[in-house]
Design a protein around this ligand. Structure first.
Ligand code: MN
Length: 726
C-alpha cells in the first residue's frame, strides 16, 4: 500500500481512541521522516519509512498520546540520518526530543554481551523507564515490528535479536501488563530460537483446527445459553493457547503434545464484577472444576494490575478447558496494562510512587543503589524482573509477589528490612515452617521476629530475591566490620598502654586522624577494622606513632630511621592490599587471623578454628595446638587461589638458623634467601662462648614452596647446623 494511505489508515485508528489528536503534526513528522530517510531501504527492499509507520500502528494499538506517535515516526532519524536531538526539539518540542533520545540510547544497548555491560545497560533502561514510561513503550513497539519482519535478517542476527526479545523485552511487556505484546513477542522469538519445535507444534495445532473450531463453538454456545438463562449477557471467546506456552508446558512437565490438556482457553467477559462470581458459580455447577486450579485475581489483583477469575473444568467429552472470567474494564487492563493507565493524556508518563502497579519499578530503582557490583545488580534484576512468580498473602490479606522458589526469609525481607533482619521463624497457613520453606501460591505467611536476632550468613544459601541477598550480605559485612573494629581497638589499646596512652586519648588529640591522613586508610575506623581483621599489624601502627629511638641522635642515623619507617609503611600498605587469603565455604570476607604459634604460609596444609569474637584463626594442620582445639569449632579452609600467586602479598615468617660463629656466614645466608626470591625484613644474631651462633630471620615469602627452597639453600651452606621454621 502506498505509505501515505497507510498513514491515513492509522490516523483513523488514532481518531477512534483519542478525543482530539493533533494529526497535522503527525503528518508533518511523516513528511520529515520521509525526507530524512530518503534513499534508505529496509532489508526487505521496502523504503525505510515503512518501518516507523508500522511502529506507530503498534503505538496506536497501545493507545498512546501524540508525542509518542510522533516520536515513533522519528525514532530512527537521530541514529540513521543527520538529524540531531536539537533539531527535533526545535521542530516538535521537548517531549518528542526526549523520547527519541531515550529510544536511540536504548537501541544502542546490547543485552547479551559481556555481563557487566549488560548490567549497566539494564540499569540505564530502568532509570529511563522511571523517568518516562513512554520511552520503553515506543521501544517495545519498535522491537515488536522488528520481530514481525525478522525473516529478512541474516540467521545469526535473527538468533541474537530473538534471544534478547525473549529474555528482556517480553518479560518487560509482561511486567507492564501488556499481554498481547508479550505473547506475540514470545511466539515470534520461539520461532527463531527453536524453529523445529515451533513448526512442529504450529502444525499440530493447525492440523486439529477444524475439529477444534467445532469444539470451541460447542463450548461457547453451551456457556452462552446457560448464562443467558440466568440473565447474564456475556461476551465469550475461545482460542488455543499461544505456542510458546504450550511448548513450555511440554518442556516443564516432560510431556508430549497429545498429553497437553487445556490447550484451549475460554474467556467470559461480563459487565459487573459481581457477575464474574455469579458466572463462575454457574460454570462450576455445569462442569466439574479441577481442584487447586481456581484463582481469584479479582479480590487480589496481580502486581501488574491484572484482574480475572481463573478456573479449569472438565468440559464436554471430558476435555479440560481453562476459563477466565472478567469484566470489560478488567479485560482492557489485562490486554493494555500500563498503557490503559493514562491513555491519551498528554505529558510525561512518570510512574506514580503510590501506584501499586509500579511498586516493582520503584523497588528496583531503590535497590540498585545498594549494589556497587554490577554483576550483583544484574543477578538481582534477573531474579526479580524476569522470573516466574508466586503470589502469597500477609495475614492482613495484602498480596506480595516473589520469584519461584523464594523462601520465608525472602518474604520477611519483602515486608521490611528490619523484619528480615530480626526474623526468627515463620508460620505458613497457621503452621510453623523452617525459615528456608519455599513459598507456594496462595500461602498466608506470618513472620515471627525476635529483637536480638541478627541476619545469618547461612541464609544466603537459600534466599532467592536480590533484595534479601543484598540486605543480608550488607548486614553480615557490617557486623563483621564492627566486631573487627572493636577488636582492633582492643589490640591497639593493649600496645598503647606500654606508652602510657590509649586510643581515645589519641583520638582526642587528633593524633590518629593525622596518622591516617598520611596513609592509605580512609579513616581511623578503617584502620582499627584492619587491625581487627589482621590485615595490619598493631606493632606497625605503634611504631609509626612512637618511632623507636636510636641512642645516637646524629643526622645520619635519624635519616636511617626515617627510611626504616618508610619501609615499614610500605609493608603496612602491602599487607592492606592482601585480602584475607583463605576461602571458607566460598565466602571470602570473613575475618581471618593467622595463628602466631604456627604462622601458616600460602601452600601450607591449613585448618580454621572459629574463635569467640575474633573470627577465624588459621593454623597449619600439623600445628601442635590444633590437637588441643575443640573439634566442633574446627572447619575446613583453603587458600585462596590468588594467595599463592607470585604477585600476592607476602607473609612474614620467622626462620632460625643454628650455625658456627664464623665470619662471612651471614653474607652466605642472605645470598641463600635472595636466591630463593625471599626478602629478609629483620635479622637477629646471638653468639655463645662455644663458637656457635643462633640467627633469627624474619623473612617475607609468597608461599611455602619458596620458603622450602630458601631453607634448602641454607642447609647447604657449610657451617650451618640446623634450619628451622618457627
Ligand atoms: Mn527502529
Amino acid at each position: 500500500m502506498e505509505l501515505r494511505a497507510r498513514l491515513e489508515e492509522i490516523c483513523d485508528k488514532i481518531d477512534g481512541y483519542h478525543p482530539n489528536p493533533d494529526l497535522d503534526t503527525l503528518r508533518d513528522a511523516f513528511e520529515f521522516a520521509c525526507a530524512k530517510h530518503e534513499g534508505q531501504s529496509r532489508k526487505s527492499g521496502e523504503p525505510y519509512v515503512s518501518h516507523p509507520v508500522e511502529v506507530i500502528d503498534i503505538i496506536a494499538d497501545l493507545h498512546l498520546d501524540v508525542a509518542s506517535l510522533v516520536a515513533g515516526l522519528l525514532h530512527d532519524t537521530v541514529e540513521d540520518t543527520d538529524t540531531t536531538v536539537d533539531d527535533l526539539r526545535e521542530r516538535y518540542g521537548e517531549d518528542v526530543a526526549f523520547l527519541v533520545d531515550g529510544v536511540t540510547k536504548l537501541s544502542k544497548f546490547r543485552f547479551n554481551t559481556r555481563e557487566e555491560r549488560q548490567a549497566e545497560n539494564i540499569r540505564k533502561m530502568i532509570i529511563a523507564m522511571s523517568k518516562d514510561l513512554r520511552v520503553i513503550l515506543v521501544k517495545l513497539s519498535d522491537r515488536l515490528h522488528n520481530m514481525r519482519t525478522l525473516k529478512h535478517m541474516p540467521r545469526h542476527k535473527q538468533e541474537r535479536i530473538a534471544r534478547e526479545t525473549m529474555d528482556i523485552y517480553a518479560p518487560l511487556a509482561h511486567r507492564l501488563g501488556i499481554n498481547w505484546v508479550k505473547t506475540e513477542m514470545e511466539d515470534l522469538s520461539f520461532r527463531y530460537l527453536h524453529p523445529e519445535e515451533y513448526f512442529d507444534i504450529a502444525e499440530k495445532v493447525s492440523a486439529s483446527k477444524e475439529e477444534r473450531n467445532a469444539f470451541i463453538e460447542e463450548v461457547t454456545g453451551m456457556l452462552r445459553d446457560m448464562l443467558q438463562e440466568h440473565g447474564i449477557e456475556p461476551e465469550i471467546n475461545g482460542r488455543p493457547k499461544h505456542l510458546w506456552s504450550i511448548y513450555r508446558k511440554m518442556r516443564d512437565q516432560q510431556i508430549e503434545f497429545e498429553q497437553v490438556y487445556d490447550l484451549l482457553a475460554f474467556r467470559i467477559i461480563v459487565d459487573e464484577p459481581n457477575e464474574c462470581y455469579e458466572a463462575l458459580g454457574h460454570v462450576h455447577r455445569m462442569w466439574k472444576p479441577i481442584a487447586g486450579r481456581f484463582k481469584d485475581y479479582i479480590s487480589i489483583p496481580k502486581p501488574n494490575g491484572y484482574q480475572s477469575l481463573h478456573t479449569t473444568v472438565i468440559g464436554p467429552y471430558k476435555e479440560r478447558v481453562e476459563i477466565q472470567i472478567r469484566t470489560r474494564e478488567m479485560h482492557k487492563i489485562a490486554e493494555e496494562g500500563v498503557a490503559a493507565h493514562w491513555l491519551y493524556k498528554e505529558g510525561k508518563a512518570v510512574p506514580d510512587e503510590d501506584d501499586q502497579q509500579f511498586a516493582w519499578l520503584h523497588r528496583l530503582m531503590e535497590e540498585h543503589q545498594d549494589h556497587d557490583d554490577p554483576r550483583e545488580f544484574l543477578e538481582s534484576v534477573k531474579i526479580d524482573l524476569f522470573h516466574d512468580e508466586v503470589y502469597v498473602f500477609t495475614p492482613e490479606g495484602d498480596v506480595l509477589e516473589f520469584p519461584q522458589g523464594a523462601t520465608a526469609v525472602d518474604f520477611a525481607y519483602g515486608i521490611h528490612t528490619e523484619v528480615g533482619h530480626q526474623c526468627s521463624g515463620a508460620k505458613v497457613n497457621g503452621k510453623i515452617v523452617p525459615l528456608k520453606y519455599e513459598l507456594q501460591n496462595g500461602d498466608i505467611v506470618e513472620v515471627m521476629t525476635t529483637e536480638n536476632q541478627r541476619p545469618n550468613k547461612d541464609w544466603l544459601q537459600f534466599v532467592k530475591t536480590g533484595r534479601a541477598r543484598t540486605k543480608i550480605k550488607k548486614a553480615v559485612r557490617q557486623e563483621q566490620r564492627e566486631r573487627s573494629r572493636e577488636l582492633g581497638r582492643e589490640l591497639l589499646n593493649k600496645e598503647l598502654k606500654k606508652h602510657g596512652t590509649n586510643v581515645s586519648a589519641l583520638e582526642r588529640d587528633e593524633e590518629l586522624t593525622e596518622l591516617v591522613e598520611g596513609s592509605h586508610f580512609g579513616s581511623v575506623d578503617d584502620m582499627l577494622a584492619d587491625i581487627g581483621y589482621g590485615k595490619t599489624e598493631v606493632d606497625d601502627i605503634v611504631d609509626k606513632l612512637f618511632p623507636p629511638q636510636e641512642e645516637d641522635e646524629s643526622p645520619a642515623t635519624a635519616e636511617k630511621s626515617m627510611s626504616r619507617l618508610g619501609d615499614l609503611w610500605n609493608r603496612i600498605t602491602s599487607q592492606q592490599q592482601e585480602n584475607a587469603g583463605v576461602v571458607v565455604g566460598g565466602i571470602d570476607d570473613i575475618m581471618v587471623t593467622y595463628a602466631q604459634c604456627c604462622n601458616p604460609v600460602p601452600g601450607d596444609d591449613i585448618v580454621g578454628f572459629v574463635t569467640r569474637g575474633r573470627g577465624l584463626s588459621v593454623h597449619t594442620r600439623d600445628c601442635d595446638r590444633v590437637a588441643h582445639l575443640e573439634k566442633a569449632r574446627q572447619i575446613d579452609v583453603e587458600w585462596d587461589k590468588d594467595a599463592t600467586d607470585e604477585n600476592a602479598a607476602r607473609r612474614a615468617v620467622d626462620i632460625r638458623v643454628h650455625s658456627a660463629d664464623k665470619q662471612g656466614l651471614l653474607a652466605n645466608m642472605s645470598q641463600a634467601f635472595s636466591a630463593a626470591g625471599v626478602n629478609i625484613s629483620q635479622a637477629h644474631c646471638t653468639t655463645s662462648d662455644d663458637q656457635r651462633a643462633i640467627n633469627t630471620f624474619q623473612v617475607l615469602v609468597n608461599n611455602v614452596d619458596q620458603l622450602n627452597r630458601a631453607m634448602k639453600n641454607l642447609e647447604k651452606i657449610k657451617g650451618v647446623y640446623r634450619v628451622e621454621r618457627k
